[in-house]
Ligand binder design. Structure first.
Ligand SMILES: Cc1cc2nc3c(=O)[nH]c(=O)nc-3n(C[C@H](O)[C@H](O)[C@H](O)COP(=O)(O)O)c2cc1C
Length: 348
């Protein structure tokens, strides 16, 4: 049985070990949402991970929801990401970009001028979101997407994929959980459409499958991946039958030969790891609250092929070495998760 320190191949991506850095929004993009030298330094510091998955990056201006998050929609942003990818590669690592379209989980204060907050249906999410401009704000009431909006969102994922690969990233991952746009299409609580993108289960899957096909057409299946967490209620998401929804989604995805399936486990509700293994034959990355020992155990059990770590990587850029030598981990300063500047970011 493999250990966390053994190499693994995820589709077309050869990883030196099975300790993956999970995607984490840190709200430190530069002006015009362009990645900076500081972002390159941060990711480069963590390049001993078998694979880094970037923070959620918006694939079209309408997809931005949070403050100071980076995009991949124009030449300047692509050039910023090239610096990041170069820093990771120079340090011997691999990097996949997570494409995150927030849909209704947005406040207009955080969004570029002329962008819109759009979703499958015009249903406002309960809750609030942080903005620099006006503190905590209710989520925007989204506009229901027209068929043209849907096509342009899909085009956006395709163009973003092309730019991510052109910037030197080793692959792309669609963020398909946590209440963002793809999950909004999948779920009965947020998708009340009566056209071919809503209503029955097959229609609710359509958006995600079309996006994935577009990403695959650009990057190849071996460089395209998906992140899921069936039953996750985050951001006011509700689905009547997440197990059925995701069994069907994975059934449709399985033949595509993706690089990997990234699955987040939950304490209660659906057994997501079992669900993933039942319906997906390719490589699986496990996530959520793993330590070194239970990560090793999960691999030994055959639960998955690699384990991703989020919070531990914030404050332990040398996590692999710490695991290897059995050192204690440094705890992150949670007050500095989403602040701007180097403190709590590149100084661990
Ligand atoms: C500061 C922070 C930002 C996060 N941002 C993202 C994100 O952009 N995309 C995503 O899929 N998950 C995001 N997550 C979730 C993590 O990827 C991961 O699932 C979570 O931290 C649990 O893993 P852990 O127990 O190893 O930290 C974020 C988590 C944290 C702590």
């Amino acid at each position: 049985m493999p250990t966390l320190f053994d190499p693994v191949t995820l589709g077309d991506i050869d990883c030196a070990n099975r300790i993956i850095m999970a995607p984490m929004t840190r709200s430190r993009a530069g002006e015009d949402d362009i990645p900076t030298e500081m972002n390159a330094l941060y990711y480069g510091q963590r390049a001993s991970a078998g694979l880094i998955i970037t923070e959620g990056v918006y694939p079209s201006f309408n997809g931005k929801g949070y403050v100071r998050t980076p995009g991949i929609v124009n030449d300047a942003q692509e050039a910023g990401w090239r610096k990041v990818a170069d820093a990771v590669h120079q340090a011997g690592g691999k990097i996949v970009m997570q494409l995150m379209h927030c849909g209704r989980i947005a406040a207009h204060h955080n969004k570029p001028e002329n962008s819109r907050t759009i979703a499958p249906s015009a249903i406002q999410a309960k809750g609030e979101i942080y903005t620099d401009a006006a503190g905590m704000q209710p989520f925007d009431v989204p506009e229901e997407m027209t068929l043209t909006d849907i096509q342009s969102a899909i085009d956006g994922y395709g163009q973003a994929t092309a730019r991510a690969i052109a910037a030197g990233c080793d692959g792309v991952e669609i963020h398909c959980t946590s209440g963002y746009l793809p999950a909004q299409f999948l779920s009965t609580g947020t998708n009340k459409r009566t056209d071919s993108y809503g209503g029955n289960l097959g229609n609710r899957l359509r958006f995600v499958l079309e996006v994935l096909d577009r990403m695959i057409a650009v990057a190849g299946a071996g460089r395209t991946a998906i992140r899921i967490c069936p039953g996750n209620p985050f951001n006011d998401l509700f689905d009547e039958n997440p197990e059925e929804t995701f069994a069907a989604l994975l059934g449709a995805i399985n033949p595509k030969g993706l690089a990997y399936l990234h699955v987040i486990r939950m304490e209660a509700g659906v057994d997501n790891i079992a669900l993933a293994n039942r319906h997906f034959d390719g490589p699986i990355i496990l996530n959520e609250s793993y330590g070194f020992k239970d990560g090793q155990k999960a691999l030994a059990n055959g639960d998955g092929d690699a384990v991703s770590y989020g919070r531990p990587f914030i404050s332990n850029p040398d996590l692999i070495e710490k695991f290897r030598t059995g050192q204690d981990l440094v705890k992150p300063n949670y007050k500095l998760l989403y602040t701007s500047g180097p403190e709590g970011y590149v100084d661990y």
